[in-house]
Design a protein. Structure first.
Length: 366
């Protein structure tokens, strides 16, 4: 059964044990456990299998770039092993399966890495310095996004958030606030959605894994598992601005009823996005191959304006607690809110998430 694991270590063991399932059909498949530079007991695990005859096609599935989101990712990976592996042709199809891009985050039920960096804002080529200016509204909104005090009183924090939201909605409008929050920022290391001041070790690891893993393939499809955004009980396939095919075509091809492009109108803009980086890698180093990569976003709170505000509030209080501490009651309340944002407790949510994942896998395996 494709269940949600109870811990990072349990999930990792389950993934590692799947090497046998893969070698049954791809005898030369290998498992690599890449230690995290600053905490070597934690690893990013990679199962790779080249086709036996020709490198026609590579299927890439990744999980846990945002730590805690890797719990659903792990269930989806199991689903792939259980129901899809036997449907692929080992003669012509290769696999690159990745467990926990951000192992520290998954181990600690956090979204960012140990240095408060959102890894999906960290895939940057070159200098980070100019990025400090890329999110022009963040500095003015910084006291709202990242209050610099302990979280001692939850009701007071919620009240402050409510009034600050009304004030900032009037001053900036909801769209600019959303963009400023989610785009990524390279300005405040203790703020929300911080993209880092340099490449993180997890990012460097993945850059190498992709560069090495993509070589020689004619056609690559990559699905990256995430949770938290979009309508509740509905997977959204979020495509890169580098993907030029229209949403309707992709929706049909990849079996997703809802396809959104990562731009302010359909989703949001991002700096340092992993999938954007992959498109650039392919363009630079593997020109002419067929490439498609997208994020599977499994919605949790929902995407109405109130639900979006709720999600922002959870992000803010969680970061406040992480950066400045708080009372044990505050911690308990925040952890519960945070868990619901990335891994809802309702069993029906998981059932629907797996059904949506099946639709995408069905389409990809065709
Ligand atoms: Zn995510």
């Amino acid at each position: 059964m494709a269940t949600v694991p109870e811990s990072y270590t349990q999930s990792r063991s389950r993934f590692q044990a799947r090497l046998d399932t893969v070698t049954a059909r791809w005898p030369e498949a290998i498992l690599r456990s890449i230690p995290l530079a600053y905490d070597p007991n934690l690893t990013t695990d990679v199962i790779s299998a080249d086709p036996l005859v020709s490198k026609d096609r590579l299927i890439v599935i990744t999980t846990g770039e945002h730590g805690i989101e890797g719990f659903l990712g792990s269930a989806v990976m199991e689903l792939f092993f259980e129901e899809y592996l036997t449907r692929l042709d080992p003669q012509t199809t290769g696999l690159l399966l990745i467990h926990a891009i951000n192992p520290w985050g998954m181990h600690n039920w956090e979204r960012q890495n140990a240095r408060n960096v959102d890894l999906n804002r960290n895939f940057i080529d070159g200098d980070f310095e100019p990025l400090k200016k890329t999110n022009p509204d963040y500095p003015a909104l910084s006291p709202y996004f990242a209050p610099e005090k302990p979280l001692n009183d939850v009701s007071a924090a919620c009240r402050d958030f409510f009034f600050a939201t009304i004030k900032n909605f009037a001053a900036f409008g909801p769209k600019r606030i959303r963009e400023a929050a989610l785009m990524g920022q390279y300005y405040a290391p203790k703020g929300i959605y911080h993209g880092g001041m340099e490449l993180q070790p997890e990012t460097k690891t993945m850059m190498e894994v992709y560069r090495e893993g993509f070589a020689g393939y004619a056609d690559i499809v990559h699905l990256d598992m995430h949770t938290g955004y979009g309508p509740r009980d509905q997977m959204t396939l979020v495509t890169s601005p580098h993907e030029k095919r229209p949403a309707a075509v992709l929706s049909e091809k990849f079996g997703a009823p809802r396809v959104a492009a990562a731009n302010p109108d359909e989703f949001y803009t991002m700096q340092g996005d992993m999938i954007d980086w992959e498109y650039k890698l392919v363009e630079r180093e593997f020109p002419g191959i067929k490439f498609f990569a997208a994020t599977c976003e499994f919605g949790t709170y929902g995407d109405s304006i109130l639900q979006a505000a709720h999600s922002l509030r959870t992000t803010i209080v969680k970061n406040q607690l992480n950066q400045h501490g708080g009372t044990s009651q505050a911690k308990e309340w925040v952890e519960k809110e945070f868990r619901e944002l990335y891994l809802p407790s309702d069993p029906a949510w998981l059932v629907k998430a797996l059904a949506d994942a099946r639709m995408s896998f069905d389409a990809v395996m065709k």
